[in-house]
Design a protein around this ligand. Structure first.
Ligand code: SF4
Ligand code: SF4
Length: 393
């Protein structure tokens, strides 16, 4: 189960979202459970509340995502099937309870731990639901959308779950599925991201740094140096994972964005450091997503060889014992380190170019000033990935 969820599903979600937008939402079991609970609540006469504004902006989602990220180093949730199982059952239970008590797809809008990831990474996806050109008011309005969107004004993938309700409700056939080039120029992009979205991009930039460092031993030693010293000094070996988690999603992002923000402010981006961060968040999300995809590729190609063993013996105990006793060879990775490094480097370079383009779309007047901080993050990730290939000693 762990191999399927964290080794295959999780990297696949990042790749699918960047390429196809929020395609996962079309088949998501949590949305299904929450919608069924919403219908059940209605038939039982439960008065379902509107989602409070602070929840709808993603304030709780960022907290839930942070908790999920902390569970990786803290309790190794990705390696312990028991914890993964608890996580899945709790998610299903919360989806059901939220559906029962709130209306308008409240779980998706205010509780789903990956909602901000899908919002940030899925914007440039090639699949989209949009009104036909010139459809105007003939296209369905907000009454056709359970996510409180107005389909007739839809101009971005950020909140649309691609559920097709508006297409089904559209007698005039003005709503369409579209397959476009990645990062369609016609989509709306706001000049400054919301605070939850900005904090999400900052936090994930630290997590991706940790993930990219983890493939290159020398970089990993540098990354781990401070949290390890802190754990040693505090005599808290048992809490070392939590200390590493706080370092990864709080301290490193802060240091990274202080550097990026300082460069941005020197270039004249924003009215303050906080404003510069919000203006950089959406273009930077493209670079961060590429780093995430690179690590996902590395994880997938090194874990995929275990699939035949997982299929033959889902429990995994005999396989693990055989590998430990060296009677069963460890499956080889699919790509050599230089090949993996070259593919990943291409991803980050292309993403950095796309991020510069997104900055131009978001704010044409400030795009030139945003180049330096975007190139700084892209260059930093590219440097770490070059290290994977064994080209830097
Ligand atoms: S927002 Fe979250 S819960 Fe809703 S459909 Fe998408 S992944 Fe599922
Ligand atoms: S009803 Fe239409 S606009 Fe609303 S989430 Fe579904 S596909 Fe998107």
């Amino acid at each position: 189960m762990n191999l399927a969820i964290w080794g295959l599903w999780w990297p696949a979600i990042v790749w699918v979202t960047v390429w196809l937008g929020r395609a996962w939402c079309v088949v998501c079991p949590l949305e299904w459970v929450s919608s069924r609970a919403e219908a059940l609540g209605g038939s039982l006469g439960i008065r379902r509340r509107r989602l409070p504004g602070w929840l709808a902006t993603g304030s709780l989602v960022i907290l839930l995502f942070a908790i999920l990220q902390m569970l990786v180093p803290g309790v190794q949730i990705h390696r312990v099937p028991h914890y993964t199982s608890i996580f899945l059952w709790v998610s299903l239970g919360v989806a059901f309870a939220v559906g029962l008590l709130f209306r308008d797809r409240a779980f998706c809008r205010g509780f789903c731990p990956v909602a901000l990831l899908l919002n940030a990474y899925g914007r440039g996806g090639m699949l989209a639901v949009r009104p036909a050109p010139g459809a105007g008011d003939k296209a369905p309005g907000a009454e056709a959308c359970r996510s409180t969107l107005n389909p007739s004004r839809l101009d971005s993938n950020r909140h649309c779950l691609m559920c097709c309700d508006c297409i089904k409700a559209d007698a005039a056939e003005t709503m369409q599925w579209r397959l476009r080039a990645p990062f369609a120029a016609g989509d709306a992009i706001e000049p400054a991201a919301s605070w939850p979205l900005t904090l999400f991009v900052m936090m994930v930039s630290g997590f991706v740094t940790y993930e990219l460092c983890g493939v290159w031993k020398a970089a990993d030693a540098v990354f781990q140096w401070v949290p390890q010293r802190v754990a040693d000094a505090a005599g808290a070996a048992a809490a070392a994972g939590w200390i590493r988690g706080a370092w990864t999603i709080v301290v490193v992002p802060l240091l990274l964005w202080l550097a990026v923000g300082a460069v941005a402010r020197m270039a004249g981006v924003g009215r303050s450091l906080a404003d510069a961060w919000r203006r950089l968040a959406l273009p930077m999300a493209v670079v961060v997503a590429a780093g995430h995809m690179a690590k996902g590729l590395e994880k997938f190609q090194s874990w995929a060889g275990f699939l035949p063993h997982a299929w033959a013996e889902p429990g995994g105990v005999k396989t693990a014992l055989a590998m430990n006793a060296k009677t069963l060879a460890q499956p080889a990775a699919w790509m050599s380190p230089p090949a993996l490094s070259a593919v990943s480097l291409t991803l980050v370079v292309v993403a950095t170019a796309l991020a510069l383009r997104e900055a131009r779309r978001a704010d044409p007047a400030a795009a030139g000033r945003m180049s330096a901080p975007i190139l700084l993050l892209g260059g930093f990730y590219a440097f770490l990935i070059v290290g994977w290939g064994g080209w830097i000693r």
